[in-house]
Design a protein. Structure first.
Length: 300
């Protein structure tokens, strides 16, 4: 189901290099994963491209086409290699939960059957496709982006009888009317639950990145801003307030329920650029860990 909304200037960059943060919300068994990377040394220009840049572009395209994960994604009908990064992160998350939280009976990762998952910056849809496969027919998947999802992804989810309830919202999640639609869909599912602790989303994932300006520092900081917006949706607008104690006021805690998880991508921008996000996640999440999935390229 596609719900159109007015587009804004906020835009999503097609995934090239990924950095991930994920976690289980405080006051329960909690995991946060963080992987950092540098931006690729890429310059964007509206003018003529030098022969050197042409050669670099050809080399990148050649390397991209030879990438085993790119080939695998194409063979499986996935729009990008990002699906394998999420798959590997999810698997590693389960191992970390079991080991670091000393939960020997823990099974699986952070995406489970029956979960309610919000995928921010979902287009072209690789993460949504993986999430749909994991949360199954008793789950709820809400995919949000300024751009539409790949038709192949939407059709694959719709055709699969084991797929969850699936809604595609085309709009800016920072806008109130889009957030309200997300909350309405969550509330519709949660209204059937008897356990009030389970009200809310199980997982908020974000593969967003700002459009490249050509300046690495600017690009990284703009993408970091998107991560902070995603965290505020997940954990509440108070998450950057050092005085606030997570769980003390349900109205300020965002859409994640206790034990829920958060995952986002950002580009390394130095301690000063990352400290606000890192401190906020530490206040709201119990366990932190750094991961670089095998599907991520060396230079990532």
């Amino acid at each position: 189901k596609v719900v159109p909304f007015e587009e804004t200037k906020c835009s999503r960059f097609q995934e090239i290099m990924n950095v991930f943060v994920s976690g289980l919300k405080a006051n329960n068994d909690v995991l946060i994963k963080i992987m950092r990377s540098s931006l690729p040394g890429m310059k964007m220009s509206t003018g003529a491209i030098s022969k050197g840049h042409k050669g670099s572009s050809r080399n990148w395209i050649s390397r991209h086409n030879k990438d085993p994960y790119v080939k695998k994604a194409r063979a499986q009908g996935s729009p990008s290699r990002a699906i394998f990064k999420l798959e590997q992160i999810d698997t590693t998350a389960g191992q970390l939960i079991k080991k670091k939280l000393e939960l020997p009976n823990h099974r699986g990762g952070i995406l489970k059957s029956g979960n309610t998952v919000i995928d921010l910056g979902a287009a072209p849809g690789g993460w949504s496709k993986y999430a749909a496969r994991k949360i199954k027919s008793n789950g709820l998947l809400i995919s949000v982006d300024l751009l539409p999802l790949d038709d192949g992804v939407v059709n694959a989810i719709d055709r699969d009888s084991s797929s969850p309830q699936f809604f595609e919202l085309q709009g800016d999640f920072t806008k109130l009317h889009v957030r309200n639609d997300i909350l309405d869909l969550i509330q519709e599912k949660n209204s059937k639950l008897k356990d009030s602790r389970a009200f809310g989303a199980d997982c908020v994932i974000s593969d967003m990145a700002a459009n490249f300006t050509g300046d690495q520092s600017t690009d990284a900081l703009r993408t970091m801003n998107l991560c902070e917006e995603a965290l505020m949706l997940a954990a509440g607008t108070s998450c950057f307030d050092e005085r606030y104690i997570a769980g003390s006021d349900r109205e300020l805690d965002g859409i994640l329920h206790r034990g829920g998880s958060f995952l986002c991508k950002y580009f390394a921008c130095g301690k000063d650029g990352e400290i606000d996000l890192m401190e906020a996640t530490k206040r709201h999440f119990k366990l932190t860990s750094v991961i670089k999935p095998k599907a991520s390229r060396k230079e990532s």
